[in-house]
Design a protein around this ligand. Structure first.
Ligand SMILES: *[C@@H]1O[C@H](CO)[C@@H](O)[C@H](O)[C@H]1NC(C)=O
Ligand SMILES: *[C@@H]1O[C@H](CO)[C@@H](O)[C@H](O)[C@H]1NC(C)=O
Ligand SMILES: *[C@@H]1O[C@H](CO)[C@@H](O)[C@H](O)[C@H]1NC(C)=O
Ligand SMILES: *[C@@H]1O[C@H](CO)[C@@H](O)[C@H](O)[C@H]1NC(C)=O
Ligand SMILES: *[C@@H]1O[C@H](CO)[C@@H](O)[C@H](O)[C@H]1NC(C)=O
Ligand SMILES: *[C@@H]1O[C@H](CO)[C@@H](O)[C@H](O)[C@H]1NC(C)=O
Ligand SMILES: *[C@@H]1O[C@H](CO)[C@@H](O)[C@H](O)[C@H]1NC(C)=O
Ligand SMILES: *[C@@H]1O[C@H](CO)[C@@H](O)[C@H](O)[C@H]1NC(C)=O
Length: 391
């Protein structure tokens, strides 16, 4: 029997309807990086760059694309034949919205920065460096080299003269920010103001509902297969009995020196569906309805979501909340995953708020040090501003 700490009361869910926010689609083209050492089988690293202007011309926002991971040869081989595994199969134009928008009324603080989307095709949050080959198959795990090649390409395009910079990303891209944040700072001018933002990247070292460490096992396999050990923070790995745990943000964060903003839902739907209740733990489908609609969760399921997931998330962030002088936080209680890239959740008349502040306002206040921003929402279902975005 699990012990959970929070007693909950059942109230009917009222979730805000999704807004159809009229917005002109802003498309940005792809730039391929011609760098042989970073490529695998003719597949070049790629990014999309939208130039900054006016007062933002010397500021840079880099955003890692997300998209899950692959942690064994079979799944990586499958992936290599899709847009998740090769820039060859990717869309050549990307919509820049939310934090990437170039419109001041949709993205008040970053609209005129140089904005870059780093395309994700390595399957390990840009962290791997290894290779697999046998007579019939060949796989390149080139995450670290792709990261480096893209940065080297951007430096002479103005990144080497940056005044302000923000490294962001969502999901697997949010996790990538933790792995590369201090490295990013080192590559930029000493006097630049550099900060990092993780959106839905705070993956917890949480036990699943059958009490197994399935998330830990998943990432362990990923690290070993793709050769990601070298990139883990040395001060973190030397402090832990299981060094590979430093892939988890909760253990690495205290060792990261660059100022951080953590944006996450306390009921992150990806983690809920894959790490807390992976399909293998729910063969009978008891969680099916609850996964599709939080209003259908029974009392027991809510206790697990509140006490064993939200509680664990807040506990993992307590140190950061209390002691990080330059840190920012926005932990809302929406069933969502990634809230900075879509206009609806980033900055719109009806977008999610905590203490009446949108995510865009919170991130901006933190970045520009206008206000200390550490927003933690009340537990589900109290927040009526949510856009519950369930895949
Ligand atoms: C992509 O955009 C840049 C800047 O607008 C331009 O210089 C370049 O020619 C474009 N490339 C393609 C393939 O359209
Ligand atoms: C910026 O967004 C606002 C609000 O959606 C819209 O009215 C305006 O036309 C947009 N401006 C441009 C240049 O797209
Ligand atoms: C090469 O590895 C793949 C993936 O593990 C496997 O399916 C295939 O049979 C292997 N080929 C040989 C010749 O061993
Ligand atoms: C940054 O990361 C790259 C790729 O992992 C590595 O080669 C490089 O040495 C790092 N730079 C610094 C200054 O740590
Ligand atoms: C290509 O990438 C590698 C590793 O990422 C780096 O060491 C090398 O300097 C890059 N070459 C060029 C021409 O940018
Ligand atoms: C950093 O130093 C360079 C060179 O001295 C200067 O041009 C730039 O304006 C400085 N940037 C900031 C943010 O102070
Ligand atoms: C580890 O900590 C020491 C002392 O605070 C610091 O000088 C060093 O840069 C840190 N190393 C990394 C990889 O963060
Ligand atoms: C919430 O903020 C909006 C502006 O973003 C303001 O118009 C509104 O009055 C505020 N509501 C409360 C209850 O403070």
């Amino acid at each position: 029997m699990r012990i959970c700490w929070i007693t909950i009361s059942l109230v009917l869910l009222t979730s805000a309807p999704l807004s159809i926010y009229s917005e002109q689609r802003h498309l940005v083209n792809m730039t391929l990086v011609q760098n042989a050492t970073a490529q695998g089988a003719g597949n070049l690293p790629a990014y999309h760059l939208d130039r900054g202007f006016g007062t933002g011309a010397r500021n840079w926002l880099l955003q890692f694309e997300g998209g899950g991971w692959c942690n064994d040869i079979e799944s990586c081989l499958e992936r290599s034949k899709t847009r998740r595994g090769s820039t060859r199969y990717m869309s050549k134009w990307e919509i820049f919205s939310g934090i990437l928008s170039n419109n001041a009324s949709l993205n008040p603080d970053f609209y005129n920065w140089n904005r870059v989307k780093l395309r994700y095709c390595d399957g390990a949050s840009f962290a791997g460096d290894s290779m697999f080959r046998n007579e019939t198959a060949r796989l390149y795990f080139r995450g670290q080299r792709i990261w480096k090649a893209i940065i080297l390409d951007l430096l002479p395009k103005g990144l080497n003269g940056a005044d302000k910079a923000l490294l962001s990303g969502c999901s697997a891209g949010g996790l990538a920010t933790f792995l590369h944040c201090d490295n990013f700072t080192k590559l930029l001018p000493k006097n630049a103001s550099v900060k990092c933002l993780s959106d839905a990247g705070f993956f917890l070292d949480v036990r699943d509902v059958s009490l197994q460490h399935s998330a830990r096992l998943f990432y362990e396999n990923l690290i070993v297969l793709q050769g990601a050990e070298q990139i883990l923070n040395k001060n973190c790995t030397s402090s832990r009995y299981y060094p590979n745990q430093c892939f988890f943000p909760q253990y690495a964060l205290p060792y990261i020196k660059t100022p951080y903003f953590i944006l996450n839902s306390a009921y992150d739907v990806y983690q809920f569906h894959h790490n807390l209740v992976p399909p293998s733990t729910d063969l009978r489908g008891h969680w099916k309805q609850c996964k599709l609609n939080p209003a259908s969760c029974n009392q027991n399921q809510l206790i697990i979501l509140q006490g064993c997931f939200r509680f664990e998330m807040l506990r993992a962030l307590l140190f950061f909340y209390e002691y990080s002088r330059k840190g920012g936080l926005f932990i809302n209680s929406c069933f969502a995953h990634c809230q900075s890239e879509s206009q609806d959740t980033w900055f719109a008349p009806d977008s999610p708020r905590v203490h009446n502040k949108t995510i865009a306002e919170s991130v901006g206040d933190w970045y520009f040090e206008r206000k200390i921003t550490r927003e933690v929402d009340c537990p589900y279902p109290c927040d009526s501003t949510c856009h519950n975005l369930i895949p």
